[in-house]
Design a protein around this ligand. Structure first.
Ligand SMILES: CC(C)(COP(=O)(O)OP(=O)(O)OC[C@H]1O[C@@H](n2cnc3c(N)ncnc32)[C@H](O)[C@@H]1OP(=O)(O)O)[C@@H](O)C(=O)NCCC(=O)NCCS
Length: 148
């Protein structure tokens, strides 16, 4: 497995993984737009196929934001998401970003466990954050916790 930057021909696979991973997936046009506006966009490749991706950007001065992170169901549990997140954090650190935030559905136990294991901490719960009425946890991570 290796990680590289997203290219437009990856869009179909990324969208497939997005749809299988989220109950309210981003539209394909939105994923393309995120790429076009210059968001950080990395894909994990196994045997020539996209098996995971991470999208991130700088939200405000000094603050990075994880927009989306997902791994193909068949490839979960192999630390692919960990490697994608580590790579994004390396890029953030190179941009002098020391604080990273994200929102995750509060009942998405697997994702919450994943981020906690990584070192993210829950800052607060935002009721009805998502369109389907579910609540979000806002989580933070201090990039000084990892050495490159
Ligand atoms: C969350 C997600 C990205 C994790 O991807 P992954 O590549 O399987 O995760 P990793 O293998 O890197 O897991 C790292 C750690 O997270 C935790 N974790 C991962 N999957 C877990 C599970 N099913 N149950 C409990 N803990 C889990 C474990 O502590 C794991 O470490 P360990 O394997 O040493 O025990 C993946 O499950 C996914 O795509 N989910 C759907 C999309 C989503 O919810 N994205 C996150 C919200 S934006």
């Amino acid at each position: 497995m290796y990680i590289r930057e997203f290219v437009p021909s990856d869009l179909g696979r990324v969208y497939q993984i997005e749809v299988e991973s989220f109950s309210n997936p981003y539209e394909v046009a939105m994923l393309q737009q995120l790429y076009e506006i210059g968001a950080g966009f990395l894909v994990a490749i196994e045997d020539g196929e996209v098996v995971g991706y991470i999208i991130f950007w700088i939200k405000e001065e000094g603050l990075g934001h994880i927009i989306a992170l997902a791994v193909d169901k068949k490839f979960r549990g192999q630390h692919i998401a960990t490697r994608l997140l580590m790579m994004a954090i390396t890029i953030f650190k190179n941009c002098d970003i020391h604080r990273i935030t994200l929102e995750v559905k509060s009942h998405n136990d697997i994702a919450v466990s994943f981020y906690k294991k990584f070192g993210f901490v829950i800052d607060r719960k935002v009721p009805k954050y998502y369109e389907d009425g579910s609540d979000a946890y806002v989580m933070f991570f201090n990039t000084d916790l990892v050495n490159n």
